[in-house]
Design a protein around this ligand. Structure first.
Ligand code: HEM
Ligand code: HEM
Ligand code: HEM
Length: 200
């Protein structure tokens, strides 16, 4: 591959980098539109909220398509053997914390999407007939609770993920999410390059 050379490895292809940063942007819009009104900054939050929600939904569908069609499922799959890292073994492409972060985001984002899409019927959007009587009051309550729990999870994950993402000693990962490649020397400190090249 033209992107691979003696000094560096391709870590994130362009469509996946675009996915990451568009998703991140929609996440900040979703958190800002729903949480700022709660702390007293009032504005018409609902339209930008569900619009960002639909963009996020489309991005995730695109990512799942990429994951199946072009990415390597094995590289991100969390396995029992990954726990050997706790005793010092080096991981392949993604470390145990990175795979854990991916699973956590998957749960939070999928719950937010599933509940948010249904809540649009209650809240009212231009292209759906508003119907607050579609479900029983307690079912709407449960969906709202799950949606709000996902929001709480997202606040927690953003703080942890952005903190680690911006740490100076993790700068090579950030560069790879911006430009695509990672230096072999930087990656080899915490990853087993033989495993990375085998697609693990
Ligand atoms: C992780 C991403 C998301 C977060 C953090 C989030 C957060 C929230 C929060 C905290 C509320 C309650 C706000 C309030 O009652 O003042 C809310 C409401 C709402 N969200 Fe989200 N949301 C997310 C994703 C989505 C998605 C993907 C959709 C739709 C595609 C969506 C659609 C809605 C709707 C329609 C409401 C209003 C519900 C109602 O009228 O009770 N959200 N969201
Ligand atoms: C069923 C759902 C999902 C599947 C099957 C899946 C699968 C994968 C796989 C296989 C990779 C590794 C690609 C590689 O390095 O070759 C990956 C990376 C990634 N996933 Fe997911 N994922 C899912 C959901 C999500 C969700 C909900 C998010 C966040 C909104 C997310 C964000 C990411 C990011 C940012 C990466 C790194 C970018 C890259 O691929 O280079 N994923 N995913
Ligand atoms: C300013 C905000 C953000 C920064 C600086 C950031 C940074 C990064 C970096 C540097 C990586 C690459 C790690 C690697 O190469 O292995 C990454 C991966 C990833 N990001 Fe983000 N990110 C941000 C926001 C988000 C948001 C909001 C989401 C979810 C909606 C997200 C989901 C993911 C996932 C699932 C991965 C793959 C797992 C991992 O490597 O931890 N990121 N992020």
């Amino acid at each position: 591959m033209a992107d691979q050379n003696v000094d560096s490895l391709r870590r994130h292809a362009a469509p996946d980098r675009i996915f990451h940063w568009v998703t991140a942007a929609t996440m900040f819009v979703l958190l800002g539109t729903s949480l700022l009104p709660i702390i007293g900054i009032r504005f018409a939050w609902l339209v930008p909220h569900w619009v960002a929600g639909l963009v996020l939904t489309a991005m995730v569908l695109f990512h799942v398509y990429r994951a199946v069609a072009a990415l390597n499922l094995r590289a991100m799959q969390l396995k029992g053997a990954d726990f050997a890292e706790l005793k010092g073994a080096k991981p392949g492409k993604y470390s145990l914390p990175q795979k854990g972060m991916h699973v956590a985001w998957m749960v939070v984002v999928l719950v937010a999407i599933a509940t948010g899409l249904i809540l649009m019927v209650k809240a009212g959007v231009p292209f759906l007939t508003r119907n607050p009587y579609l479900l029983q009051l307690k079912t709407w309550g449960l969906l709202t609770l799950l949606h709000d729990l996902a929001a709480l999870g997202a606040v927690f994950l953003v703080i942890v993920h952005v903190y680690f993402g911006l740490l100076p000693e993790k700068r090579h990962y950030l560069k790879s999410m911006l430009r695509g490649n990672v230096s072999r020397a930087a990656l080899a400190k915490d990853h087993d390059l033989a495993k990375v090249e085998r697609g693990e």
